[in-house]
Design a binder for this molecule. Structure first.
Ligand code: WQD
Length: 355
């Protein structure tokens, strides 16, 4: 099995992927600046993976007794934080989750988003080159498709981002293509997520947004819990089954398994640049999602219909065929399981990891 660096591994998707990678036998070194996360998520990942002795060395580092999982507080923009990780031991592959991901925030703070998402990726790639590591799985996003011309969306659809967040994802994808073309030996996967939701069924790890979330699933969870009075429904006049927005919601564990499959493919094959959609291929409206969550939680979900949200599109659904063809992966968990697992997390952790 491999020695891997996971940037942003304490975050929502990163922590679930760390668990799947540990269960696959890999050894992980995590770098995270805790901008939207903390060490508690990985303490629980170690527990779920059956690893003992999680403790801190006091200087912003934590590790399990067998060092199968180590965590360093640090920033991908800093070579001072990155280079020692490659010098300490040979890193055979990197999964790069570290980045900012809120569309509305990216519109207010483009410089910050380009600094973290793009300059951070440049810094990481330079450290990888210096550390003689040329295998990378990149956390990209379906947001780079913008308003799709047709759905389901395949990987050859036009790249037309409509906000700075999507622009940064498209820019890093282009950077990876340029690096792959310039130097032999790079094994690269660009994984385009649709809408990651849900949580590990244990209720021990899940999505713990900092401040007020903008994406629907944590908002829905907080309404069910009674922390929020209503769920605002943005638009009731879309050309969809019931007038509300339709999205491709993918269970975070399906997404984590997709990363593990992409890594295995890169490690086992010749240098390549892989670009794959990670979605379920199923679309669900806001009302369908709210009804499924009400059924899973047994709670009322009061709705308040309001105007469309600027920048939204009516429908976004993945064509997941390429991922199935090239790595035998497809999502396995449906909407009921997504809502059951998401509710288990929210109910057990009313204040997230701060509970
Ligand atoms: C989903 C649907 C809204 C909130 C975002 C990011 C994207 C990706 C996934 C990282 C839409 C509706 C939402 C609310 C609502 N993240 N909605 N009331 O916009 O599809 O994608 O998350 O890669 O980059 O843009 O997700 O959860 O914000 O919205 O009615 O309070 O729910 O209109 O139809 P989105 P979302």
């Amino acid at each position: 099995m491999a020695n891997l660096l996971i940037t942003g591994g304490a975050g929502f998707i990163g922590s679930h992927t760390c668990l799947v990678l540990l269960q696959a036998g890999h050894r992980l070194v995590v770098l995270d600046n805790f901008a939207n996360s903390g060490p508690e998520a990985l303490r629980r990942v170690a527990e779920l993976a059956g690893l003992d002795g999680w403790s801190t060395s006091g200087s912003g580092s934590w590790a399990t007794a067998d060092r199968r999982l180590t965590l360093h507080q640090g920033d991908v923009r800093s070579r001072r934080d990155l280079d020692p990780l490659f010098a300490a031991e040979p890193i055979e592959g990197v999964l790069h989750f570290a980045g900012l991901k809120a569309v509305s925030e990216s519109i207010e703070q483009p410089l910050h988003y380009w600094g973290v998402n793009v300059a951070g990726s440049v810094s990481l790639l330079k450290a990888m080159e210096a550390g003689n590591c040329r295998t990378l799985v990149f956390s990209s996003s379906a947001t780079l498709y913008g308003h799709p011309e047709r759905v389901p969306i395949a990987e050859d659809a036009a790249i037309r981002p409509i906000n700075p967040y999507g622009q940064t994802k498209a820019a890093v994808e282009q950077l990876l293509a340029d690096v792959a073309a310039s130097q032999p030996g790079w094994r690269l996967a660009r994984l385009r997520y649709f809408n990651p939701v849900g949580a590990h069924p244990s209720g021990r790890i899940g999505e713990d947004p900092l401040g007020t979330p903008t994406n629907i699933f944590p908002l829905l969870s907080q309404v069910a819990l009674g922390r929020r009075p209503v769920l605002q429904v943005f638009g009731h006049d879309w050309p969809t089954v019931d007038g509300t927005g339709v999205r491709d919601y993918i269970h975070v564990l399906d997404l984590a398994e997709g990363h593990s499959a992409a890594l295995a493919l890169l490690l086992s094959e010749a240098p390549q640049l892989l670009t794959l959609n990670l979605g379920s291929g199923q679309g669900h409206s806001v009302l369908e999602l709210a009804n499924a969550f009400a059924a899973a939680s047994g709670r009322e979900i009061p709705l308040q219909h309001s105007a469309r949200r600027p920048g939204d599109s009516a429908i976004s659904i993945a064509d997941p065929g390429a991922a199935e063809r090239c790595m035998g992966w497809r999502s396995r968990r449906g909407l009921a399981e997504i809502c059951r697992d998401g509710w288990a997390w929210q109910q057990a952790n009313p204040r997230g990891y701060g509970t």
